[in-house]
Design a protein around this ligand. Structure first.
Ligand SMILES: Nc1nc2c(ncn2[C@@H]2O[C@H](COP(=O)(O)OP(=O)(O)OP(=O)(O)O)[C@@H](O)[C@H]2O)c(=O)[nH]1
Ligand SMILES: [Mg+2]
Length: 186
């Protein structure tokens, strides 16, 4: 699965999509698919309802090269590592509107970053839900998260973006990162 190229000799890279339950992974995937649709981006419209992802969910994007996004449901944490082998890029979603989850998200990200199969995989950390009001600023969240320390200690190249899967803010930059990162995948 995922291995057979749509063009001979060109394997389809897999991008893993991780993060705590309810952070917005499924909605991010829907929006990226909408924005990269062959007919061109349409009005995003109201966000479609999502259900908690039980297990894993595969979505193909055309950027225009084919890329498989594999979401692993937040409730599936214990089995995440079994998917680390087939991973060319990694998206990690943090709920920027929920400061109570900062420390658990941070620990989860550190554990992902220290997994040997992911040692050189490019990582994009997405602070999602920036459309929601929050009693803590994004700067405060990031400093609690110790993002600077994480970036400087990690073996991976790490980029961070602030997005809203609800209204679409920042999603074009996510697609741009995926295009640039998976242009010449491992
Ligand atoms: N306001 C707002 N709500 C969002 C945003 N992104 C996602 N949500 C909402 O957050 C809830 C959870 O979103 P999901 O995409 O299902 O979360 P998930 O990370 O896939 O969760 P699991 O599959 O359980 O791991 C849904 O009600 C979404 O509509 C956002 O950017 N802004
Ligand atoms: Mg989901």
């Amino acid at each position: 699965e995922g291995g057979a190229g749509w063009r001979a000799g060109r394997p389809v890279p897999t991008c893993l999509l991780l993060g705590a339950a309810g952070g917005g992974k499924s909605l991010v995937t829907r929006r990226l698919r909408q924005l990269s649709a062959p007919a061109g981006p349409t009005e995003l419209g109201e966000p479609p309802a999502t259900l908690p992802t039980v297990g894993t969910d595969l979505t193909d994007l055309r950027l225009p090269r084919r890329v498989t996004v594999r979401e692993l449901g937040g409730c599936m944490g214990p089995v995440w590592p079994s998917y680390y082998g087939e991973c060319s890029a990694l998206l990690f979603v943090v709920d920027a509107a929920d400061p109570t989850q900062v420390s658990s998200s941070c620990v989860q990200l550190l554990s992902v970053l220290s997994a040997p199969p992911l040692a050189s995989v490019p990582v994009l950390v997405l602070f999602n839900k920036i459309d929601l009001p929050c009693y803590m600023s994004l700067a405060e969240m990031k400093s609690l998260f110790r993002m600077q320390d994480i970036v400087s200690c990690a073996t991976q190249p790490i980029t961070t973006l602030e997005i809203s899967a609800r209204d679409g803010t920042g999603l074009a930059d996510v697609l741009q990162w995926l295009r640039a990162t998976l242009r010449d995948p491992r």
